[in-house]
Ligand binder design. Structure first.
Ligand code: SAM
Length: 203
């Protein structure tokens, strides 16, 4: 077909594909917390960006049958709740440096009756991670502003061999020590997509 004809019909073909494409609709049990987080951020212009889809970390903790989960970046507790819900036997320890977010997250966690499953640990990741027990977590989820080399090394220490790191917000420009750590094939089996990397601890 001549290229002029191809170019003429391309927009029609793209529109037809878009019309029949049906993204999966996955019910979100914590859509109310995600919405509350958006409202809070709009009102306060803070860094409480709810993760796009809690179903991603939720599916991963369910797939690995996680018992212990550590998260950096609680905001109002959206992904902590999603992970606790998806892995019914698990405890979630979630770290948050903003005292206002700590208070609001505890309120949300209480309202969803998950107080006995989720601990909100106040403070920075840099200060809190080093107090946690090494080799004892099945999943670590980084959803702070952008990971530093120090934080990634601590998350590696905390995971058991075979444990999974979900490293979000890589789009914000992590330094070289982060990208070289996560890309080190002697330490991790890594797959990256969009702004997230999935890294399974090998050693
Ligand atoms: C992207 S939001 C987290 C969103 C949350 N996981 C959710 O899905 O609703 C980032 C949060 O991490 C906190 N934060 C950012 N860097 C941090 C750090 N180094 N240590 C502890 N908390 C941090 C911010 O205060 C903010 O509340």
């Amino acid at each position: 077909m001549p290229s002029t004809l191809v170019n003429r019909f391309r927009p029609v073909a793209v529109a037809a594909i878009a019309a029949v494409r049906r993204p999966l609709e996955v019910a979100d049990p914590f859509a109310d917390v995600q919405a509350a987080t958006r409202r809070h951020r709009r009102a306060h212009h803070c860094g409480a960006f709810a993760y796009g889809e809690g179903s991603l970390p939720a599916a991963i903790v369910a797939a690995v049958g996680a018992r212990r989960i550590v998260e950096v970046g609680t905001a109002l507790g959206y992904t902590a709740l999603a992970m606790a819900h998806a892995a019914p036997g698990a405890r979630v320890e979630t770290i948050e440096m903003d005292p206002g977010h700590v208070r609001l997250a505890r309120e949300q966690i209480s309202a969803h009756r998950m107080d006995d499953r989720i601990d909100v640990l106040p403070g920075t990741a840099e200060a809190v991670l080093k107090t946690l027990e090494g080799g004892s977590y099945d999943v670590a989820f980084f959803d702070g502003f952008t990971p530093t080399g120090e934080v990634v090394r601590e998350l590696h220490r905390l995971l058991r061999i075979g444990g999974t790191l979900i490293a979000g917000n890589l789009i914000l420009g992590p330094d070289r020590s982060v990208t070289s750590h996560l890309g080190d094939t002697s330490r991790w089996r890594t797959h990256s997509f969009g702004e997230t990397a999935l890294c399974v601890r090998l050693a």
